[in-house]
Design a protein around this ligand. Structure first.
Ligand code: B3K
Ligand code: ZN
Length: 879
């Protein structure tokens, strides 16, 4: 299959100045008429015009009003080629498409009685023939015609310039978007909705009409979304001086959507999961996600739409930056500590795994087979970490000055990551040439630390060395620039600055090795490095449990406390697994861990700090099995999973009275639900404590009680998760009750499917088969597939990783089926199968066997082909 390479970029031979589109919407046969005014970029060239197109039926083609004969152009499966064209001309193309049978959910599709589009990255070519690339920017005018009764709302980008009735009960609306845009930002929606309206007055006093379109009858669930939008608009003005630019901002919620949301100019389309919320149906986490995704798409209006990407290899230009902006927004709106922890967990358990897999790529990839495969945690989340490091290096004012220069230079353009770095560099007179290697080098740097204390001089020296393991595309890796935030803790709790500190609490490592020195310090000094995850690296620094306990009690930085506690959990699991401790004997596990960790010394500290629910909820969250595997690779994942449970039980054994007491106190004072930070933190801690407590038979009943008393989805879900651990009759009773209560709500039922998929039971595969026949399950709906099959593959450790390989086999069979329905979703949920690198040899072989089966499957999509073939190749290179 064809590989596209970053370095093969060529400027377009033609530009399309204006696009006039007419849609005659009919579910199975929509006619699209496109009138393009095109000009040749190099007037001396004779190049043919090559338009992209996919699954289109060409009905007619005219050049400057003259219909072309079939011998005047060529059509293939993916292109329309026209030769001998003048310098300027008008091309009129009529195509027919079938939105109803378009299950890929790319281009124009029809689902739940509405028409909807998704064009990023290369979906526009499924609508009409076009120069479907982000560096072709045009002015769009769009007329949508459809049956008035079935589709009273006809939406597209920009402003309405005309509308009216047509014959046969049809009507039309014409939209004009005054901003030039690439085709991937085009959108169209037609359907019947309820609309929540509001307005926002920008800082220059312009009035913007805000509209949220939702399924009929769900208007009461759109409040949080519209409030989130207003907060985002205000935040971007306050933080970056960026104001919204159109008179309308529309958000449409749809049930069938491949990802979270899409930033189409003036007309965002959202997965309804990230719009609809009310206390009894949405968890605190849902509220959080809605706010941050609404913000993310809104922020794209500047970082993505006003300044877009020159080519898709530059995707992180808009995504890394916009993720960083939404992280900053959430930091300001909610809670800095748990936000940062969430981001770091994504990096450690997903991005590091991706970087160790065959899909390892730099944040600006060099080679792509299927672009949709590169909307990754690397491009998005590692991309945001790279922006964050620039912020750390340049400081607040410097970073903002860089952003301002970036817009001054590039507003209205399609640019590259290099252009972004150049603006940052020029605004600050700061040389970022070495730093920019983060854009081209893949893999995770590993840092080792050696510590030397000179008692006579009371001088502590840390020698750091960085190395990045090679990958097949990049055998030789180079040192990267790493900003290091740190703390050097003294016995009296005071902090000492490193000699190499740049004066801002940061030491910069820019070569393969670095020395950090601290003078006049105690021998017992503890230095923590990369605090707040100040660079996306793996740190190998040894601490004893006693040192970690000291950090937890005396560091001034909550993130550092959390890291220390995570370290204790990982160390405990490692101790149990590597010393072959009998995991079925919890009593002896307790004794061993008690001796090893001496956690009893922490008891009163924990008791006292329960008044800080956010911190305690984080400290008491044991790393997921996936992150344990990352930290302790090549162990049997089932052992890790079991050891994790043992550590949970040990924690309960150690702190039972504290947990019980605080759980009781917290649930006694539960207020009426509000999505508000203090309440969120308390509910989070309640959930964490409950999940510890139910590990003891005497507390099993708590889950059911919590369920019955709950007045909000957060508590309901906490109780279900707790009951799922116990898995007694009451769990199934609660699940039935839940399903009965929510069977009218597609979004809420995803939680139920996902809970079903993660039950640890021996017959889980037959359960999954039964659940696929559930009336609310539908293979064509990505949310359903992700909730059931995705949750199983990602989170049901004993089921998916069963030693007999049956979990992998189930997944393979499912993927073969799904690939023909929606290859993009298939290529997402295959991820756990391609991350065999961390597993034991036996398990690796089982996984590779399934990947080989997939590769042999006829009609495999490009999406799966790319992932599967690369993964097999990596295996063959290693073995
Ligand atoms: N830009 C879209 C993602 C498009 C994914 C295409 N497969 C959403 C976002 O990042 O904001
Ligand atoms: Zn984005």
């Amino acid at each position: 299959m064809q590989v596209k390479k970053r370095l093969d970029y060529q400027v377009p031979k033609f530009q399309i100045e204006c696009v006039d589109l007419i849609f005659d919407l009919v579910p199975e046969a929509t006619i699209v008429t496109s009138q393009l005014s095109i000009c040749r970029v190099d007037i001396n060239s004779k190049d043919a015009l090559i338009l992209d197109g996919y699954e289109l039926e060409l009905i007619s083609l005219s050049l400057d009003g003259r219909r072309l004969d079939e011998n005047e152009f060529e059509v293939s499966d993916t292109q329309l080629i026209i030769k001998n064209l003048p310098e300027n001309f008008i091309l009129t193309i009529t195509t027919r498409i079938d939105p109803k049978h378009n299950t890929s959910l790319e281009g124009l599709y029809y689902a739940s009685d509405a028409f909807c589009t998704q064009c990023e990255a290369e979906g526009f070519r499924r609508i009409t023939y076009y120069l479907d690339r982000p560096d072709v920017l045009s002015i769009f005018t769009v007329t949508v015609r459809a049956d008035k009764k079935a589709y009273p709302f006809l939406l597209s980008n920009g402003n309405v310039i005309d509308s009216g009735d047509l014959v046969d009960g049809r009507h039309f609306v014409t939209w004009h978007d005054p901003f030039k845009k690439p085709a991937y930002l085009f959108a169209l929606v037609a359907g019947d909705f309820d609309v929540l309206e509001d307005q926002y007055i920008t800082r220059s006093q312009r009035k913007v009409c805000l509209q949220v379109f939702v399924e009929k009858g769900r208007l009461y669930q759109a409040q949080h979304a519209i409030q989130s939008l207003k907060k985002s608009m205000k935040w971007d003005e306050d933080t970056f001086n960026l104001e919204y630019d159109l008179d309308m901002y529309m958000i449409v919620a749809v049930d069938f959507f491949n990802m979270g949301a899409m930033e189409n100019k003036g007309l965002n389309i959202f997965n309804s999961k990230f719009v609809l919320a009310q206390p009894d149906s949405a968890t605190d986490e849902d509220y959080f996600n809605i706010e941050s995704i609404i913000a993310h798409e809104y922020f794209h209006n500047w970082t993505g739409n006003r300044v877009t990407c020159r080519d898709w290899f530059q995707l992180s230009l808009k995504e890394g930056l916009t993720v960083y902006r939404d992280q900053w927004f959430s930091h300001d709106m909610t809670s800095p500590l748990s936000n940062r922890i969430k981001q770091v967990n994504v990096m450690r358990s997903h991005q590091f795994a991706e970087d160790a897999s065959a899909m390892s790529h730099p944040i600006r990839p060099d080679e792509v087979i299927e672009m949709n495969n590169f909307y990754t945690v690397t491009v998005y989340d590692k991309g945001a970490e790279v922006i964050r490091m620039m912020h750390t290096l340049l400081g607040d004012a410097g970073f903002k000055a860089g952003i301002q220069l970036y817009f001054e230079r590039h507003d209205g353009q399609a640019v590259t990551c290099d252009d972004f770095v150049a603006a940052m560099q020029d605004a600050n007179h700061y040389d970022l040439s070495h730093f920019s290697r983060w854009y081209s080098q893949s893999g995770t740097p590993e840092i080792t630390v050696e510590q030397v204390y000179d008692a006579q001089q009371r001088l502590l020296t840390l020698n750091l060395v960085q190395a990045t393991p090679s990958t097949s595309a990049q055998p030789k890796k180079h040192p990267l620039v790493l900003p290091i935030k740190y703390e050097c803790l003294q016995a009296d709790g005071k902090l000492v600055q490193a000699k190499e500190d740049q004066g801002n609490g940061v030491v910069v490592m820019s070569t393969g090795s670095l020395t950090m020195s601290f003078s006049d310090v105690d021998e017992s000094s503890i230095v923590t490095l990369f605090n707040g995850f100040s660079a996306p690296v793996k740190l190998n620094q040894h601490f004893t449990p006693a040192q970690r306990l000291r950090i937890i009690q005396s560091s001034q930085d909550d993130f550092v406390k959390w890291e220390a506690m995570q370290g204790l959990y990982i160390q405990s699991v490692q101790y149990l697994v590597d010393n072959h401790v009998s995991l079925s004997d919890q009593n002896s596990v307790n004794e061993i861990l008690q001796q090893f960790l001496q956690l009893d010394t922490l008891s009163s500290w924990i008791d006292k700090n329960m008044s800080r629910p956010e911190l305690m909820a984080e400290l008491l969250s044991i790393p997921s099995t996936e992150s344990l595997l990352q930290a302790l690779p090549k162990r049997d994942i089932l052992h890790l999973h079991q050891a994790r449970k043992n550590v949970t039980q040990y924690m309960l054994y150690e702190f039972k009275t504290v947990f019980e007491h605080h759980y009781g106190a917290l649930i006694e004072h539960q207020p009426i639900y509000e999505y508000e930070q203090l309440q969120v933190n308390n509910r989070r801690l309640i959930g964490v404590l409950l999940q510890f407590l139910v590990h003891e038979p005497a507390y099993h009943h708590l889950a059911y009680e919590h369920f019955t008393h709950s007045n909000n989805m957060t508590d309901t879900l906490s109780s279900l998760k707790a009951a799922q651990i116990v898995q007694d009759d009451s769990f199934y009773k609660m699940m039935d009750k839940f399903a009965y209560e929510w069977s009218h709500d597609l979004v809420v039922m995803d939680k139920w499917f996902s809970l079903q998929a993660t039950v640890e039971r021996d017959d889980i595969l037959s359960q999954l088969t039964l659940l696929q026949a559930h009336p609310m399950f539908n293979i064509q709906n990505p949310n359903k597939v992700r909730a059931l099959i995705g949750s199983f593959a990602f989170f049901n450790v004993p089921g998916f990783h069963a030693a007999n390989g049956k979990g992998y086999d189930f997944m393979t069979q499912y993927l073969m089926q799904l690939d023909h329905v929606n290859s993009q979703v298939a290529a997402r949920i295959i991820t756990p199968l391609t991350q065999w690198q961390l597993h034991t040899p036996e398990r690796r072989e089982l996984m590779i066997k399934e990947l080989r089966r997939l590769l042999a499957h006829t009609g495999l999509s490009r999406d799966l082909f790319e992932k599967v073939s690369k993964s097999i190749l990596q295996y063959e290179e290693i073995h």
